[in-house]
Design a protein around this ligand. Structure first.
Ligand SMILES: Cc1ncc(C[n+]2csc(CCOP(=O)(O)OP(=O)(O)O)c2C)c(N)n1
Ligand SMILES: [Mg+2]
Length: 276
């Protein structure tokens, strides 16, 4: 896919996400909208994965450590044919639906159960270490939230990734500056994530995280680095694409009324038109 096609795809995925969440009446919409570009770059270009190879030992792995933002991942997997899109759109979060509000590995394409923040990176470290031990050359990716970085367990994974020189591991951080109840700097100040990972032995890349060309270049660069894992800090906007949700923590998890839904769709359509 070209950069332009991936940009447009990310807007289409955002429209699916908004509709999915409106149908269900619940969902972590803000973080879905900030992460969509990175997930599109991974699933439509950079990762060696497909619906036909979910058990292939050589497939790349992706772990959504910020598991609450599962709706973007579901919409991408549906678009890529892992399961029926209609079933997802009509049953998400309903009683007895298999599509629950956080990732679970009974769904084709989902590697690891997540949602309790702070665990995905350590699981990714284990998978990357296993690849090294088995002589396999798959790559492991994980996406963390910036609020999630307040979990102490994340830093055990950071330490281990550097210690084992896991150059087959790329962590991405959705650095949208907000978490559930306000700004990350008010809840648990982080300062510069850019200066925190290198002392643990990581290669650090920091980019505008909703810029598809920058994401594409960063993922290519990360894979080329030898002897250490890479972290890509995606400086994103929470709620991106829906004007009244952007940079507003209130939209971390919140249903839309009918009027807000129509406004959200109109906002995304307008953004998509102005992209080409
Ligand atoms: C261990 C744990 N504590 C608390 C929560 C509740 N929780 C869900 S999302 C969230 C905020 C996460 O913020 P961030 O990681 O910045 O995600 P994003 O802004 O990308 O949505 C919290 C505290 C959780 N899921 N897991
Ligand atoms: Mg955040």
């Amino acid at each position: 896919m070209t950069i332009q096609e991936m940009k447009e795809k990310a807007m289409d995925i955002r429209m699916d996400v908004v509709t999915l969440i409106h149908n269900a009446g619940c969902g972590h919409i803000g973080g879905d909208l900030s992460e969509a570009d990175a997930l599109v770059a991974l699933y439509y270009k950079h990762m060696n994965v497909s619906a036909g190879q979910v058990k292939d030992p050589d497939r790349d792995r992706f772990i959504l450590s910020k598991g609450h933002s599962v709706e973007s991942l579901y919409c991408i997997l549906a678009d890529k044919g892992y399961f029926d899109k209609q079933e997802l759109m009509t049953t998400y979060s309903a009683y007895l639906s298999r599509f629950i509000g956080h990732p679970n590995n009974k769904i084709p394409g989902i590697e690891v159960n997540s949602g309790s923040l702070g665990h995905g990176l350590s699981v990714a470290v284990g998978m990357a270490k296993a690849a090294k031990m088995m002589g396999k050359d798959y790559h492991v990716y994980t996406l963390l939230g910036d609020g999630e970085l307040a979990e102490g367990s994340v830093w055990e994974g950071v330490m281990a990734g550097g210690h084992f020189h896991l150059d087959n591991l790329t962590a991405l951080i959705d650095r949208n500056g907000l978490q559930i109840s306000g700004s990350t700097e008010d809840v648990m100040a982080q300062g510069s994530q850019e200066s925190r990972w290198a002392p643990f032995g990581w290669n650090v890349i920091s980019i505008p995280g909703n810029d598809m060309a920058a994401i594409d270049a960063a993922l290519t660069a990360a894979k080329a680095v030898k002897g250490k894992p890479t972290v890509i800090i995606l400086n994103t906007t929470k709620g991106l694409g829906v004007s009244f949700m952007e940079n507003n923590y209130i939209w971390h998890h919140k249903p839309m009324n009918e009027e807000q839904y129509q406004l959200a769709m109109a906002s995304l359509k307008e953004r998509k038109v102005h992209m080409s």
